[in-house]
Design a protein around this ligand. Structure first.
Ligand code: ADP
Ligand code: MG
Length: 689
């Protein structure tokens, strides 16, 4: 819960206020005064009676009661100031702009912790330290510029980096992007991105709240909280775009299993975003383009009309839309002929609709009207219109604005002439419009936005697994790899089909096991982790003589403690695995086995738990999915059996969070069965790493 005093204060004190707007304490005060804060404002400055016309006090002790305090004083002075404010002045909203805390030193971290405790004791909320502040329709509590146009329908923007927040606003403002609130959380000592998201969720008002949320995140300290509130907001009709910077996978390099090596913590971020309905963006321009798409009405279908007076951008746009899975369908409507007659000779209405460099505002109006009313095959329009600099295009953009207001089908403006039509674009934007200067960035964002699945309909696992049996094995196991018999118990309890198998320690046991299993058999060393790498797997053994000689050879391999025998199965090699990801829970991964996983890293993943729909969508998103469906020469497999195993793994993760890594590699799949022939399970009990 974020204190009301931070969000909508009735009074604000700037601690360390200055006349000099080149200093944070001067600029933040100037911003508050210049941007319609309606409450009382105080300054604290040891040397002045008034600062920028506002009453000033020599120290915080002398201040009257104040709801919100913005601190721009050296770090070492902050703890005392916060204590006086919290204990004596009834202050509950705190913004600390100053740096020099946990980001700098251990002493700084201690100071920060002390401040958080004081704020918490007072039931208050702290933003920062080490941030640019908070920007909202209530007040402009930031020490930076520019201040964007604040509009309740604009974007709510939460940033883990103050400077990046400024650069993102600078990128968005010239295109017409507006903001509702901006939270720069700095060190996130008390309130981080997750807590602000929680606040947006809990205070969401369908009539008043912004429906577009932007995030710039460097650390996700509470993935579950992020998931809960992002998902809830998306469910309420919000659209969320996020940059998550820092995707290094140092952690995965040390991992020993396939799953470990394939799933970096960045994979978990992708899975989290997917589950939450957050669109991941690569950088600032991608983020603001996505935000701009989100500020337009959503697509109701895939068919786009490209309306242009210039060939090149229309071709690039068409390519990019098609690549993203949207369509630019040919317009073969009988009414298209009538439209063509109204355009200059040489124009085309086939889609792209090209009305030539000499095209006029009136013609644009006719085209849009035809697309809206006559062409049922069209769901949305993109209008590309720039200027070679010969004449003004105000009238064209006026038509565009008018039509965007009235059209029931979405219209997206691509106005590329940021120099030749600068004045015209500014005038267009001043009407509350947003421009997409680059058609390819736009198309890419539009396609990704359209691909976000609507908030998940119930997709819970509908099956039960034997929880007691699984807990029994896991609780009795030490840290490290499980023995074959424990792996068998776990797979059986989870309901995952496995090859029949027997363990042999003597050549007689081996011969007997092969007889029971039935020829041909496969023999594998027990002990070495990567069995094939040490020549420890012998397949297709057809008779007792071979069993005996293989047994002797396998036992020679270092670290070998016994031999595992299995029937020789056939089928397509598949891979499934799961991995604990700190804070995120478990990731379940799947793919095709062999080169697909080793070389192509063709895997898809999701956060556990999930139901059959998500499991199937994981399988469908594999690049090698055609192999699973069955292609020339391959009969494929029953994908619902594979999906069922993934759902079971996701449940297993919930029942046994101690499973740090699990690999089923390979599973052999056919239209009749999907069976694990090799499994590795590593246990890591809590507090043991
Ligand atoms: P490792 O992964 O330790 O090298 P595996 O048990 O996965 O050992 O065996 C290596 C390969 O041998 C598998 O990828 C598969 O191609 C084949 N194989 C293993 N067990 C069987 C089996 N029961 N039936 C058919 N092929 C098998
Ligand atoms: Mg294997």
């Amino acid at each position: 819960m974020i204190a009301r005093e931070l969000i909508e204060p009735e009074s604000i004190a700037v601690i360390g206020a200055s006349e000099n707007t080149g200093k944070p304490g001067g600029k933040v005060l100037a911003n508050i005064l210049a941007h319609n804060f309606s409450g009382r404002v105080y300054a604290v400055n040891p040397k002045a009676k008034k600062v920028q016309g506002v009453p000033s006090y020599p120290e915080v002790e002398k201040l009257p009661n104040v709801e919100c305090a913005i601190l721009a004083i050296p770090a070492k002075l902050c703890a005392d100031a916060v204590r006086v404010l919290a204990e004596e002045k009834g202050t509950k909203g705190f913004i600390i702009l100053s740096a020099g805390f946990s980001e700098e030193s251990t002493e700084g971290a201690e100071l920060e912790e002390e401040i958080v405790q004081t704020v918490e004791k007072a039931g208050g909320s702290l933003i920062g330290p080490n941030c640019i502040g908070v920007l909202s329709p209530a007040y402009s509590g930031v020490f930076t510029s520019p201040i964007p146009k604040l509009d309740p329908r604009g974007c709510d923007f939460i940033s883990g980096s103050g400077a990046t927040a400024v650069f993102i606003m600078e990128a968005g403002i010239p295109q017409g992007l507006t903001f509702s609130r901006v939270f720069s959380v700095g060190n996130s000592a008390h309130i981080g991105v997750e807590e602000v998201l929680e606040h947006l969720d809990e205070t969401f008002d369908p009539k008043k709240s912004s429906k577009v949320i932007l995030l710039y995140i460097e650390n996700i300290s509470n993935p579950k909280k992020l998931l809960t509130h992002a998902r809830s907001l998306v469910g309420k009709g919000c659209r969320i775009a996020a940059v998550k910077a820092g995707s290094s996978d140092a952690g995965s390099r040390a991992a020993s299993s396939h799953t470990g090596a394939l799933a970096s913590s960045d994979t978990a971020v992708d899975a989290l975003f997917k589950k939450a309905g957050i669109v991941r963006c690569r950088g600032r321009n991608d983020l603001i383009t996505m935000a701009s798409v989100f500020q337009h009405p959503p697509l109701s279908g895939k068919n786009i009309a490209v309306i242009t007076h210039a060939g090149g951008p229309a071709v690039m746009l068409t390519d990019a839309l098609s690549k993203g899975g949207l369509e630019v369908p040919p317009i073969e409507n009988p009414k298209a002929k009538k439209l063509l007659q109204k355009l200059h000779p040489g124009s085309s209405v086939a889609n792209p609709i090209d009305f030539l460099a000499t095209g006029t505002a009136e013609q644009l109006e006719q085209i849009i009207e035809s697309c809206e009313k006559d062409f049922d095959e069209i769901d949305a329009m993109v209008v590309i219109f720039g200027s070679p600099g010969l004449s003004e295009v105000y009238n064209v953009y006026e038509v565009l604005d008018k039509k965007m207001k009235s059209s029931k089908k979405p219209i997206y403006p691509v106005l590329p002439s940021i120099i030749n039509a600068k004045g015209e674009i500014e005038s267009f934007i001043s009407k509350g419009r947003i421009n997409f200067p680059d058609e390819v960035l736009f198309a890419d964002a539009l396609a990704r936005a359209a691909a976000v699945p609507s908030p998940e309909k119930k997709d819970e696992p509908q099956i039960e697994i034997d929880r007691a049996a699984i807990r029994g094995v896991v609780e009795n196991a030490g840290n490290g790899y499980l023995e074959p018999k424990d792996i068998q118990s776990i797979l059986d309890a989870a309901g995952i089909n496995r090859a029949g198998e027997r363990v042999a320690h003597t050549v007689e046991e081996a011969a007997e096991a092969a007889e029971i299993l039935g020829y041909p058999v496969v023999m594998k060393v027990i002990g070495p982790v990567h069995k094939s790498d040490v020549g420890g797997v012998a397949v297709d053994i057809k008779n007792e003589k071979s069993v005996r000689s293989e047994f002797e050879q396998l036992l020679q391999i270092p670290e070998t403690t016994g031999v595992l025998l299995q029937p020789m199965l056939s089928g397509l090699e598949l891979f499934a695995g799961m991995k604990a990801e700190k804070g995120f829970g478990h990731l379940v991964l799947c793919g095709l086995g062999g080169v697909f996983v080793e070389v192509l890293k063709d895997v898809s993943s999701a956060l556990a738990p999930f139901g059959p729909k998500e499991a199937l969508s994981l399988i469908h998103s594999l690049r090698g999915y055609k192999m699973i469906e069955g292609t020339r020469g391959g009969e494929g497999l029953d994908e619902t059996l594979f999906a069922d195993i993934l759902v079971r793994l996701s449940l297993l993760a919930e029942v046994a969070p101690e499973i740090a890594e699990l690999d089923l590699n390979p599973l052999l799949g056919s239209p009749q069965h999907v069976t694990a022939v090799d499994a590795r399970v590593r246990i890591e009990h809590a507090g043991s790493s």
